[in-house]
Design a protein around this ligand. Structure first.
Ligand code: SF4
Length: 345
């Protein structure tokens, strides 16, 4: 099977993504008083922002159980639209593009479009990828030559049997290991390993951390390990019963990861409310990054309103971190209630 191909049956049509009027961005922001980020977390926060998100479509070559991207209809961006979004973003002062999908590396126009947007003023490109394509010899080098200097590699578990189940891709463990080898050997790219925390990691974080440290020692450029809360949306919501983990249990696992990795590698978390006991705020990327959107015609920036599927609960009223908090998924509150959330005063 060619893992560079997308996963569709071949009969499903791919729609053209509509030309967006605005584009999501992330900025750096000042942290609340009394909270200082870890130096290495701040370095990574600055590597990842300011940036604009360049969505090339939701087509992917995997069917992860925890996918948070709506996949009811397949769509792809058009080259000229991507180029217009990028040149507009550059014109409004954003010269770092964060490529997202779906899986950006299966977008057929990726390399020529990267070259075009680089010529148009995009200085840096961050690629979020499942890594399957990076297993192909020469692909990483081609991406680097086209401007990619930072790669976020999804890797949720080092145990092959678990990773196969989560990604629903039989060959994922072998291909992602090959991608890690390529990334580790490159001094032209910075890598963060992106782990969505599911119940599969319960009781196994020490083992996971040991693998992270083993890999960290092999990288030319020190990698970061970013742990993200599971989002009860899209495919992940459908598979919630087999993936689910409470916010308290997620936070406990992330706290274990931080304790195990701190000193050995950069470690951060995101998409986890800031009031969870045991979670050191100095490792939160949500504190360092503010999400927003720019109107591509006017350049007007607006702060991102709370995402449509998230909410605050009664306890958040008196919380001093509310301004920095990513909020709580509405479906999470519906399933687990709001007792885990207490204001930070
Ligand atoms: S109490 Fe609410 S606003 Fe404060 S950190 Fe928790 S979820 Fe966020």
């Amino acid at each position: 099977m060619d893992h560079r191909k997308d996963h569709r049956s071949g009969t499903e049509p791919i729609l053209e993504k509509a030309l967006p009027r605005s584009v999501d961005v992330r900025h750096l922001r000042a942290l609340p008083s009394g909270i200082a980020p870890k130096a290495e977390v701040q370095d990574w926060a600055e590597r990842l922002a300011p940036a604009f998100y360049l969505d090339v479509g939701n087509v992917c070559n995997q069917h992860c159980l925890y996918c948070a991207v709506p996949r009811d209809k397949a769509y792809r961006a058009q080259c000229q639209d991507v180029e217009w979004v990028a040149s507009s973003a550059v014109g409004h002062g954003y010269d770092c593009a964060a490529l997202i999908g779906g899986e950006p590396t299966v977008w057929p126009n990726l390399i020529p479009t990267l070259k075009t947007i680089r010529e148009g003023g995009v200085a840096r490109v961050i690629l979020a990828t499942n890594g399957l394509t990076l297993a192909v010899p020469g692909v990483l080098q081609e991406l680097v030559a086209s401007g990619v200097d930072c790669v976020g590699l999804s890797l949720d578990d080092f145990a092959p049997v678990v990773q196969r189940r989560l990604t629903r891709h039989e060959d994922n463990p072998r291909l992602v290991a090959a991608a890690l080898e390529s990334l580790a050997a490159s001094d032209a790219v910075h890598t963060y390993v992106y782990t969505v925390v599911t119940g599969a990691l319960s009781g196994r974080m020490a083992e996971h951390v040991a693998h992270c440290l083993e890999w960290a020692n092999r990288f030319c450029n020190p990698p970061a390990f970013i742990f993200a809360g599971l989002k009860p949306v899209a495919t992940a919501l459908h598979h919630w019963p087999e993936l689910a983990i409470s916010m308290a249990a997620t936070s406990q696992l992330v706290a274990e990861a931080i304790a195990g990795l701190a000193g050995g590698a950069a470690v951060a978390y995101r998409d986890i409310p800031l009031c969870q006991p045991g979670l050191p705020p100095a490792h939160s990327l949500d504190l360092a990054h503010e999400q927003g959107a720019i109107d591509l015609a006017s350049g007007c920036t607006r702060p991102a309103p709370l995402a449509r599927d998230r909410t605050f609960v009664a306890a958040c009223q008196g919380c001093r971190l509310r301004r920095w908090c990513p909020g709580i998924y509405q479906d999470y509150v519906a399933a687990y209630g709001d007792k885990e959330f207490q204001p930070v005063v």
